[in-house]
Design a protein around this ligand. Structure first.
Ligand code: SAH
Length: 205
């Protein structure tokens, strides 16, 4: 996976590469789909949700420019795989998932694997996690119509937020930097994610 999908497609950060060798992706994938755990596409994890394609997880992670001392907020825990990757590269990870069954399963795997610097809660991630704010980095792993306002407020000065911005036909992976209370948007590439459903996301269909 690392040598065929990540490195040839431009992932360069050596800390990120090492982490993808270390974290076992199949542990986060339902038993019956483990034969495709390392394939170059998203895989179903139940509740109509998916674990993102390995390259997309790596690209989003690299774009966060983690050094090791950051407090990170993730919206959309899903399988918990991205949270584990972040926990290897940052100090603390807070992750919010709207489906309790997914949150509980992710929590169990992450506990089994021994992660102590990840906290998960069930709820609407578009509201953020005010009790733990501010965050150095925020990552939204679901398609958003806009940057949810509470998340802008909970991002530190000079912080970076990564999200797939756009509608259900496709989005643009975007990095948003908060500088002197202004937002600087940088487009990274096109992508397709499941929708962010919540007060500052899409309305439940
Ligand atoms: N990061 C995940 C991939 C998640 S897919 C992984 O590594 O496996 C996107 C997830 O976002 C889904 O599990 C979906 O249920 C969740 N989601 C969608 N809207 C949300 C919201 N408002 N708050 C929290 N989670 C949300």
């Amino acid at each position: 996976m690392v040598e065929e999908q990540l490195i040839p497609h431009g992932i360069k950060d050596q800390r990120v590469i090492n982490t993808f060798y270390k974290v076992e992706r199949h542990r986060f994938i339902p038993q019956e789909l483990r034969n495709i755990a390392y394939a170059d596409f998203p895989v179903s994890i139940g509740e109509g949700q998916t674990i993102s394609q390995p390259f997309m997880v790596a690209l989003m992670t690299e774009s966060l420019q983690l050094k090791g001392d950051e407090k990170v907020l993730e919206i959309g825990t899903g399988s918990g795989y991205q949270a584990a990757i972040l926990a290897e590269l940052a100090k603390e990870v807070f992750s919010i998932e709207r489906f309790e069954v997914l949150a509980k399963r992710a929590e169990a795997v992450l506990k089994e694997l021994g992660y102590k610097n990840i906290k998960i809660k069930v709820g609407d991630g578009t509201l953020g996690w005010p009790e733990e704010a501010p965050f150095d980095r925020i990552i939204i792993t679901a398609a958003s119509p806009q940057v949810p306002l509470p998340l802008i407020e909970q991002l530190k000065e000079s912080g970076i937020l990564i999200l797939p911005l756009g509608g259900d036909l496709g989005q643009v992976l975007t990095a948003v930097e908060k500088k002197k209370n202004k937002l600087k948007y940088t487009e990274i590439c096109s992508c397709i994610f499941v929708p962010l459903i919540g007060k500052y996301g899409y309305k439940n269909a």
